[in-house]
Ligand binder design. Structure first.
Ligand SMILES: C[S@@+](CC[C@H](N)C(=O)[O-])C[C@H]1O[C@@H](n2cnc3c(N)ncnc32)[C@H](O)[C@@H]1O
Length: 239
C-alpha cells in the first residue's frame, strides 16, 4: 500500500471528567442510557458545556473524521489495495483503519462505533479488528510506513506551507508506486498542530490560499495520486 494518509490530532474523545457533572451532558447521557464518561464529546450536542474547555474550539468534532474517511474508503485507489489510513487521537494514540471497513453513513451510528473503539480499544471488540488502537507514536508510525525506502516522501498539509497546485502535486509523487507517500492532515476544526507533526513530516504543502476542509485535502491527494499511477486505467485493464 503506497499512499498512507494519517488524520492528525483528530477531534475525537470521550467526555472529559471536568464536564461530566454539567446539566447538558447529564441530560444527553441519560437520553443515550450511558454514563457521561462513556459518550463521545460532540460539539453539536455539548456546545454549551464545551465553552468551559480552554481549547474547546478544536475538540468534539467526530464528523471531520467521518467525512474524511468516507472520502477515502471505497474509492478505486482503496479497492486497488494502495491506500492505508490511520487516525492520531488528540492524546497521541494511533488508530489503524482497516481499508475494507464500511463505515455507517449515519453520524449517530458512527459516534457509537467511536465510543466502542475508545472504550474497548478495537471495533468489533473481538475477532478481526476493523478499527484498532495500536501501540505506536506518530513518529514510530511514520518510520514504520516508510519501511526501508530511502525515497519515501512525507507531506504535511498545512496553511503557510509550500504553495502547490494539483499538476505540481502529481509531479511531486514518486513514479514508482512501491515508494511510500505519507500524508498528514489535521482532523480538527480550528487552530494549528500542537504536537510534533511539523517535525515528523518533511515537506509542508499548502493546497489553496484559503483554509480547506480536511476531507477536501484528503480527496485532492487521493485523486491526484490515483491519476499519477493511472489507477482507474489499470483497474479497467485488469478486469
Ligand atoms: C479545517 S483545517 C484546521 C485548522 C485551520 N488552521 C483553521 O484554523 O481552521 C483542517 C486541516 O486541513 C489542512 N488544510 C486546511 N487548509 C489547508 C490548505 N490551504 N492547504 C493545505 N492544507 C490545508 C490542514 O492539515 C489542517 O490542519
Amino acid at each position: 500500500m503506497m499512499l498512507h494518509i494519517i488524520l492528525l490530532e483528530a477531534a475525537i474523545e470521550l467526555v472529559p471528567s471536568e464536564l461530566t457533572s454539567l446539566k447538558e451532558i447529564q441530560k444527553h447521557s441519560h437520553k443515550r442510557k450511558r454514563r457521561p464518561n462513556e459518550i463521545l464529546l460532540d460539539q453539536s450536542n455539548h456546545g454549551r458545556s464545551m465553552t468551559r474547555l480552554e481549547d474547546g474550539d478544536r475538540r468534539g468534532r467526530p464528523d471531520i473524521v467521518l467525512f474524511s474517511l468516507q472520502s477515502l474508503l471505497e474509492t478505486p485507489l482503496c479497492k486497488a489495495g494502495l491506500l492505508s489510513m490511520h487516525i492520531q487521537l488528540q492524546d497521541g494514540r494511533i488508530v489503524e483503519v482497516h481499508p475494507e471497513v464500511r463505515l455507517p453513513r449515519n453520524h449517530d451510528r458512527f459516534v457509537g462505533l467511536m465510543e466502542q473503539l475508545l472504550l474497548k480499544g478495537q471495533v468489533p471488540p473481538t475477532g478481526d479488528p476493523l478499527l484498532k488502537i495500536i501501540n505506536k507514536s506518530l513518529s514510530e508510525l511514520v518510520s514504520f510506513l516508510k519501511g526501508n525506502s530511502v525515497d519515501a516522501i512525507t507531506l504535511l498539509a498545512i496553511e503557510g506551507g509550500q504553495k502547490i497546485d494539483m499538476t505540481s502535486l502529481v509531479e511531486m509523487y514518486p513514479s514508482e508506486r512501491e515508494v511510500p507517500v505519507i500524508l498528514g492532515v489535521g482532523a480538527f476544526p480550528h487552530g494549528d498542530f500542537q504536537g510534533n507533526a511539523r517535525d515528523v513530516f518533511e515537506t509542508h504543502i499548502e493546497l489553496d490560499h484559503d483554509v480547506m476542509m480536511a476531507w477536501h485535502v484528503c480527496s485532492e491527494v487521493l485523486w491526484t495520486y490515483s491519476l499519477k499511477h493511472e489507477i482507474i486505467a489499470k483497474r479497467y485493464s485488469e478486469a
